[in-house]
Design a protein around this ligand. Sequence first.
Ligand code: PLP
Length: 395
Amino acid sequence: MRLSERVSRMKPSATMAMDAKAKDMVAEGKDVLSFALGEPDFPTPPDVCEAGIQAIRGGHTKYTPASGTVRLKKAICAAAERDLGLTVTPAEICVGNGAKHILADIFGAMVNPGDHVILVAPYWVSYADLIELFDGTFTAVEAPADRDFVPDIAAIEAAVTDRTIAVLINSPSNPSGGVFAQEDIAALADVAVRRNLTIISDEIYKHILFDGRAHFSPAMVSEEARKRTIIVDGVSKTYSMTGWRIGWSIAPADFTKGLGTLQSQMTSNPNSIAQEAAADALLGPQDAVEAMRAEFGQRRDVIVGLLNAIPGVSCRRPGGAFYAFPDVSSYFGKTLRGRKIETSTDMSMYLLDEGLVSTVPGDAFGVTDNIRLSFACSTEDIRRGCERIAEALAG
Ligand SMILES: Cc1ncc(COP(=O)(O)O)c(C=O)c1O
């Protein structure tokens, strides 16, 4: 049966594809260690699970308003006040089935054919495909390792064309762990105001920051910047609620209304039970968030140390999120166990086949030299995985 051009040009999510291949190998009885998927390994906190059970018992099992319940929107407003110091109203919030769905809503509501969006490379796999799904185009401005994966804001401004409508940033970044400093965010907001751009700020990892860093959103720069900012967030990473599928945007009310209209035709409301649990997650005790963050911080130190001890591998210390993004390009052009390694995809495939370790190639994130390892797994697995990588790279 014929597929539309729109769908034909989409690539399946590389992270999910890599994880699927690793799972197939596990099903064949191979002991694969997975560093591929961006999913915290902790259970959803018990009080949040209990809130979900109570939601079912309490009859929260029917359609809700398309853009989310008033209770969850009010909880998001309270969290925005607590975490960002922003006073937000429910009319500025659209809740969807995860941040990925919200991003699809945003591009659907914003992009006309030929419109241009600026990304920062390395960028999260889905941005590019979602922009192209709605016939938009994009340019990726490099965030180099020697700038700790934060782009030069002047380079972003230089990439603006007369078709540019938005800049998308993701701090802390998946896959690089790069974190924008407050001055960078302020400089970006200044560009957005002068060049009449929207900033889409994907803040899904904002609670996973290390070494005393504090999160700073473009919406916090000034009232003018806030009017141009769409914050994207959700419960997946902060509360280890990936399967519950709740994400949201905070944006000016007129744009948010459009998101709600789009969503009302595409999916109706996000899951009613998950909305109740998400509200409890946001309003309840936040100790589990800090406990997970601290654990990620310790694992980061372990994985970065072990990767840097492997000859030819060089890894920066990520400032946030739960990914290490080592440069493995010193192996490009070399032959290991009879296999020529030319690209990061070759490297990820080699490590999977020969080291039984699944990673994601930098190619999937718009850069050539790196591979991504999620450290959302036990320290024991990190140690075993790095040993396997070292052995495989020794040839
Ligand atoms: C940068 C980034 N944004 C958005 C998402 C989507 O999160 P979810 O759809 O689970 O809310 C992810 C998930 O991996 C991500 O890494």
